[in-house]
Design a protein. Structure first.
Length: 347
């Protein structure tokens, strides 16, 4: 009796994955019509017979492509590298493989397809972090694979996303400063640079409004280039004049918080004795032995697990949708903020 032909045998002949062969033979999306025809023809020539057992064995073994913008990986230790590690571990536990592709500035602004998609190496795609609106729209239109956004939202697009509760987290951090007696509170982060920064700004703004405190534009400190997302300590983190300084700053992330500690120290201020600082993310490079930042911890592991969970369901059922899946974080109090008076009440 001749040996039964398996999906892997067909894939090996054509240099494609077993999952691609399975999709082609079952009529699923994500395979070009030209390749689908080749696979079906070869399957007939090799005498492939569809097997329920083979399908059950192979259906949950996928390659998940993870795309991230180059600008987010500038340092030796990156928030998004840590998130990718969590994605990879969650994928392995589901008998899958996560493959990282770093999208350069030129690739993003020339709206080129990621190589993993163009070369049909991925069965599903995670867009990790913010890309330009034009690039995100281009990918949604041209990537015929299950796709999910992680730690970002699409503008006016019906795309599944997994995000931290950025607005409410920032609202909680700003409320904390009001409870510590602060009413002069600045914000550190470049608005319109990422959806996360914008949502955190809105949380900060909501807290100001509910405490009857007007927004002061001179207390909004930029931390990066709005177009490229690139940070530059010498160019940004510009402090207001001494006579106009707030007593506290809410920073859109912990790295910005550390940069503000540095800038304040260079200008003769002590943190938290003179000025309090709070951050967001609970992600600090261990090479910075500075003051512990009071922050709102993002649950990276839970976000990664949820993203893999959703993608696997989308791979099994192309019509599966979740919309925006929001995960609450956790308040962590450390040493960077100081009480200066009685709690400032809501109006």
């Amino acid at each position: 009796m001749s040996k039964a032909v398996k999906l892997a045998d067909i894939g090996k002949q054509l240099g494609v994955s077993t999952v691609t062969v399975s999709k082609a033979l079952s009529g699923q999306r994500g395979v070009s019509e030209e390749l689908r025809a080749k696979i079906r023809q070869l399957a007939d020539e090799m005498g492939y017979v569809k097997s329920t057992q083979d399908k059950s064995k192979e259906r949950r073994s996928y390659t998940i492509g993870v795309a991230v913008a180059e600008r987010y990986l500038g340092g030796p230790s990156s928030f998004y590298l840590r998130m990718y590690q969590e994605l990879s571990q969650k994928a392995i536990r589901k008998n899958c493989f996560a493959m990282l592709e770093v999208i350069s500035f030129d690739e993003e602004h020339e709206v080129r397809l990621p190589k993993m998609v163009k070369e049909e190496k991925a069965d599903a795609v995670v867009l990790m972090g913010t890309f330009t609106l034009e690039y995100t729209k281009f990918l949604r239109k041209n990537v015929c694979l299950p796709l999910i956004l992680l730690d970002t939202l699409a503008n006016e697009e019906d795309t599944d996303s997994v995000v931290s509760n950025n607005m409410m987290g920032a609202y909680r951090m700003t409320n904390y400063l009001f409870r510590m007696g602060h009413s002069k509170i600045g914000f550190v982060g470049t608005r319109l640079a990422t959806t996360s920064i914008d949502d955190r700004f809105f949380g900060y703004l909501k807290s100001l409004m509910q405490h009857g405190v007007p927004l002061r534009e001179d207390w909004l400190i930029e931390d990066r280039d709005r177009k490229t997302g690139a940070g530059d300590y010498d160019r940004y983190f510009k402090l207001p004049p001494k006579e106009e300084m707030p007593t506290a700053f809410f920073c859109n992330n912990d790295m910005a918080a550390l940069a503000m500690v540095r800038r304040l120290t260079e200008n003769g201020y002590a943190v938290p004795d003179d000025i309090s600082i709070v951050g967001f993310d609970n992600f600090i490079n261990e090479s910075f032995p500075q003051i512990g930042i009071t922050t709102y911890a993002i649950k990276i592991r839970e976000m990664a697990g949820r993203a893999i969970h959703i993608l696997l369901h989308k791979l099994e059922n192309p019509d599966y949708k979740t919309g925006v899946y929001m995960i609450d974080g956790e308040f962590i109090e450390r040493d960077s903020a100081k009480r200066i008076g009685e709690e400032v009440p809501f109006i």
